[in-house]
Design a protein around this ligand. Sequence first.
Ligand SMILES: Nc1ccn([C@@H]2O[C@H](COP(=O)(O)O)[C@@H](O)[C@H]2O)c(=O)n1
Length: 582
Amino acid sequence: IQPSARNPLPNQQFRDLKWGQLNFLHTTDNHGWHAGHLQEPQYSADLGDYISFVSHMRRIADEKNVDLVVVDTGDRAEGNGLWDASDPMGNYTRNFYHQVDVDVLTNGNHELYNGTTATNEFLEMVPYYEGRYVASNVDINMTGEWEPFANRSHKFTTKNLGLRVTSFGFLFNFTGNFYNTNVKPASIVIKEDWFHDAINDQDVDLFMIIGHIDIEDLELGHVLAAIRKVHPTIPVQIFGGHSHIRNFKKYDEKSTALESGRYFETVGFLSIDGLLSKAKDASLGFFRRYIDANRAGYQHHTSTNEETFDTLQGLNLTAKLTQYRAELGLDRLIGCAPQDYTLSKDPYGSPNNWYTFLEKTVLPKVVANEERLGVPRIIFINTGSQRFDVFKGAFTYDTSFIVSPFTSRFRFAQDVPWVHASQLRDYFEDDANPYSYPTLNPLHGEANHPLPPVSNHIYTQAQNQHPLANGRPATVIPGYTTSDDFGTDGDDTVHSEIIWYPSPKVIQGIASFPEDWEVNPPETVDVVFMDFIGWNVAAGLNEIAGREEWRVTDFKPYMEGEDTMTKLLLEYVRDEWKHDCV
Ligand SMILES: Nc1ccn([C@@H]2O[C@H](COP(=O)(O)O)[C@@H](O)[C@H]2O)c(=O)n1
């Protein structure tokens, strides 16, 4: 745990792990949070703690004479200063991540948005894992020729039971990658010869698909169906990601899928029993748990304590992470947030909602062009660009990346007729509209209440005292209360429910409008937006106008200098919020 982080409240009620013959630990969508959550004790374990946890879990597997396989399904990149503040981005992470004793890993979309990130992933991560990095549908062009980004598949034999496992790594049908990489749809790849050769192998006890794909996504179904054609009854275990949720799905009697959340909040545990039976109709027992990433939970599940938990390697990495954070200046105080602002724990429109605050207060102030200050402008950003809540108190250099990590710049369409510009927002929100999907849609499965309920007070630190832990009333704090194909007992810690409110796809700030604009709107306005959604803006304006008027190349930069949202947010906090957080 990092020196400034805190351990979770004591005496929480745990649900235990059930070990099987083959056991897995799964992380996904860590997005650079490898130093843990410094402001959220429930998720405060860092990668050093995780390394100690993995080492104890391996020891327990050996003691039980069963096997443990450690998996990561990508998006280790982007979303935390530890990744984003270095030059090149991910410089530290790619290095220290090598210390994780991982058996199989793949990439997500965030390893491919930026050309340098993709190249460095290929040069520094892929070779290190000597074939354990699998990318079944991603290619890279380093030399003028396309070549596989990583191993197409990886076959290995487990240490204790000698189970033969063939693994594949699939990324969803992602199209936002930099042009030095190419992502092929899974439905095409499963027709390729190498895939047929891999699945026609009869000396396999289990196929494993590690996908940076939502486990509800049909693409995984296609891969499973291709394997099922050859092996109707062989176990197929899937690990998914991308949608940032905890989820578990049973595909058939011998195939299930686990998805293990986001931001290093969750370590997924899965076990399978019955694998050693030779009978074709022998049934398998599956078990899943979502472990809150904190030291108390790691210690509980490994029967260790503060004295026995840490390994030397884990402690060394924790110290290194502290040093790297210091080198990057991540704790530098920029200002003090006067209150909490949440992305979806408060409904859009409430004064505690970050999008509402951005729209009403921040965007009109920071997105400004000196030469066009008097020109009315509407400013769009996609809500998916904002990644995490702001907590009352210290807003550090790190927070700017945690909240708004992306390097998109502002561009604009000049002098757009108001009759067109004023329809853009509805256009973006219209689900039937193909151009608003998938770029604008953050795809995050956060909302669990489609309609805002009347009250939202339960996420405050209210503590119910119903269940017992260690014979005493348990501490119950708000947290994950997952419901999946196996029911509602998947989370390793008993929590009270958090209500997640839905968000719009875009938010719209307005500035320099005349006071009576609602009755006397301006004839034309500037439409300003993050370049990430430029294509959507062009498509929207053309659709609304009923003719092809705009191309992405027509849009010009709106501001001089460094106008990423990360930078603008830093300037806002520095200028507008107090600098003494007590
Ligand atoms: N430069 C970027 C890159 C991504 N986004 C937003 O993130 C979403 C994808 O993130 P996942 O963690 O879900 O893979 C994408 O849909 C965008 O909303 C962005 O704004 N700018």
